[in-house]
Design a protein. Structure first.
Lengths: 552, 105
């Protein structure tokens, strides 16, 4: 866990006081909505279909048990007893009242939580691998660099009014769990030929109306240059990014129009001017930030303790969950546990206040008080002793977060869609719910292997449909809900955009069509362990298209 | 999608003026007396562009009562006023699935 200092606490507290005054002035009529809207957005407050929505940042996806209890309290006291974890390591409360928001924010601030820069044309919440610091395949903890970037970009005066929002993600692992190639800036920590660690800098990735996989403009950036180089990227974007057309305002359009090489040259030219100035990172500063991350005092344990082996042998349900939801940890005797927020028939990513409180208690008991939030809208207990896994599973099962479907067909990523969002064309959640019922047979889901379905209710692509193995995009036609289907997208180190299957299908037919797509895959896969996405890559979408549309 | 607030005013059937109440964001409708109500049955229904424009202008002028007023289609079933599309139906009735508050423990 990172421990905030007095500077952070003061900043958040002062912001809440400021916002309390702004809300009072709005409610009295002293501020018009036109004047107030940018102020509320700067604090993560949106107006949705039925109510205000408050989006709270969970920097680099790390939460303490106390913070989780604070979220539970806010859900219970100010909302309708639940919260929604998003694809960008945020949580959203959908039923907040403006008149109660200052009190809710005061309570959140006590837990070190806030909504600053979760909206608006600024650098948004910095995200990373939900397994950061514990993943066996990472070279170091990327959260240290995420925290440095968080500090630098929070209320940065030059970057508070960018042409459009700006999203940064990092990973330090071989396998990209943070979708860095579809962010405005993706940073991959790796070692160069000389054994030094630095960043591959990828820019111009993004989804939405015009999706692009990011391009590498710096294969290796020394750590000391992280802030100056990111600053240079932002300056070039701030100067040349289009402000005349909201649909062309993201950095991905600029990178595409200039070309990655020219964009990179512009960044380099800017960077040369500032790289040896105040932004050159002093190793002592980075060490100081690193020292504020307090790591668990792990016991010396061995992998595969007898009690775990016994439980796996005796309890087939536990064994199924273990194989699906438990992952290797970098420390012997420990494990990373993913908590599925995708039980059959439930809205993806939602957790009730009672679940949040129970998870906080379990984190205290089994995970050194730490919880992570992943962009797949699941939670993680990152430091569980393997000997405790059976007891933990029994507790998780009781609170409905032990469905063994992590990474499987029913582990669906979905945006809130038309049931909440004022921008959406179609519903996403009911489609996801129906699909989880269709694929509720866990043995079948396991047989299908890793298969990601992503659903967005509009072209803004909050459900990341372009990078779903199966992507569903809701479109409206003559007042009716239709869904375009894409196949073969990926968000990892081999990121690519899905290909359009064919004409959009009606709301009532979409679950049938997805079932047919999956059945076609089962028929055409080369061997039982060929993943869906690999089958699509091997044979293309034509065989799927023929099968789906011939029958309709 | 273009939000209803940004769409050009084009009246082709019965409509109401709707918005979200400032203090709590609740869905509200403009009445014939130019007040806000949460009851769609009390909304003023108009069917012409001049009438809709006049109501909308009055609603916009009340910047403290409600936020983001716009014209929304309705269906008339006898004397009953029903939302005219799915979006408006969801705004009136809430999400189309059971909220997760009852799920879990």
């Amino acid at each position: 866990m990172y421990h905030y200092d007095d500077f952070d606490r003061t900043l958040v507290t002062e912001r809440v006081s400021e916002f309390r005054d702004q809300v009072a002035r709005r409610l009295s009529g002293a501020l018009t909505e036109e004047e107030f809207k940018p102020l509320r957005l700067m604090n993560g407050v949106y107006l949705q279909l039925h109510a205000y929505m408050l989006r709270i940042a969970i920097p680099y996806g790390t939460l303490s048990s106390e913070q989780m209890r604070t979220l539970a309290h806010v859900a219970r006291r100010y909302d309708r007893n639940y919260g929604h974890f998003t694809t960008r390591q945020n949580i959203q409360f959908n039923w907040i009242k403006l008149e109660e928001l200052p009190d809710a924010m005061t309570d959140l601030a006590r837990g070190g939580l806030h909504g600053m820069q979760t909206s608006g044309n600024c650098v948004r919440n910095i995200t990373t691998d939900q397994w950061a610091g514990v993943a066996p395949d990472e070279i170091e903890d990327p959260r240290i660099w995420a925290e440095i970037l968080r500090q630098h970009s929070t209320m940065h005066p030059e970057f508070s009014f960018l042409p459009r929002k700006f999203k940064i993600a990092l990973t330090a692992a071989t396998h990209d769990r943070a979708a860095i190639r579809v962010h405005d800036i993706g940073l991959r920590l790796h070692r160069n030929g000389a054994g030094e660690t630095g960043f591959e800098v990828i820019v111009g990735g993004g989804l939405g109306r015009t999706p692009f996989v990011g391009k590498t403009i710096k294969p290796f950036l020394p750590k000391r240059d992280l802030l100056s180089y990111v600053e240079a990227v932002l300056r070039v974007y701030n100067q040349y990014g289009r402000r005349d057309n909201i649909y062309k305002a993201r950095i991905k359009i600029l990178v595409h129009e200039l070309g990655a090489e020219k964009f990179g040259a512009e960044v380099d030219a800017e960077w040369q001017k500032i790289k040896d100035g105040a932004l050159a990172l002093d190793p002592a500063f980075a060490a100081d930030v690193a020292a504020r991350f307090v790591y668990p005092d792990y016991e010396k344990l061995a992998d595969g303790p007898a009690e775990l082996t016994q439980a796996r042998k005796n309890d087939t349900e536990f064994e199924r969950w273990f194989k699906n939801s438990v992952s290797s940890h970098k420390v012997d005797g420990y494990a990373i546990v993913t908590l599925s927020l995708k039980p059959e028939g439930a809205p993806p990513g939602d957790a009730t206040a009672e679940q949040m409180d129970a998870i906080a208690d379990l984190a205290d008991r089994h995970s050194f008080g730490e919880i992570r939030v992943g962009h797949e809208q699941n939670l993680v207990l990152p430091h569980v002793a393997q000997r405790d896994l059976y007891a933990l599973w029994q507790s998780l099962y009781k609170i409905g977060v032990a469905t063994p479907n992590v990474g499987l067909v029913s582990d669906i990523i979905a945006c809130p869609g038309l049931d909440y969002c004022s921008l959406a064309n179609t519903r996403s959640i009911p489609v996801a719910q129906e699909l989880t019922r269709r694929f509720g047979d866990l043995a079948l889901a396991q047989n299908l292997g890793r298969l990601h379905i992503n659903i967005s209710g509009c072209i803004n692509a909050c459900g990341h449909h372009h990078v779903g193995h199966i992507g569903l995009l809701g479109v409206e036609k003559n007042g009716e809900e239709y869904y375009q289907i894409t196949l073969g997208g990926k968000a990892d180190e081999d990121a690519r955009l899905g290909a359009l299957l064919g004409p959009a299908v009606k709301y009532d037919d979409v679950a049938d069509v997805v079932e047919d797509v999956v059945a076609t895959y089962v028929e055409l896969r080369e061997r039982p362990d060929e993943l869906f996405v690999d089958t699509v890559k091997r044979i293309g979408i034509e065989p799927f298209k023929e099968r789906i549309y011939a029958a309709r | 999608m273009t939000a209803p607030q940004q769409q050009k005013l084009k009246i082709t059937g019965p409509v109401v003026v709707t918005a979200n109440r400032l203090g709590d964001g609740a869905v509200v409708y403009f009445t014939a007396g130019k007040k806000w109500t949460t009851r769609i049955e009390d909304a003023a229904v108009v069917s012409t562009t001049p009438a809709a424009t006049e109501f909308l202008q009055s609603a916009i002028a009340d910047d403290v009562g409600a936020v983001g007023p716009y014209i929304a289609p309705v269906r008339l079933e006898g004397a009953t006023i029903k939302p005219g599309n799915l979006r408006e139906s969801i705004r009136l009735q809430g999400p189309t699935f059971e909220l997760p508050a009852s799920f879990g423990i």
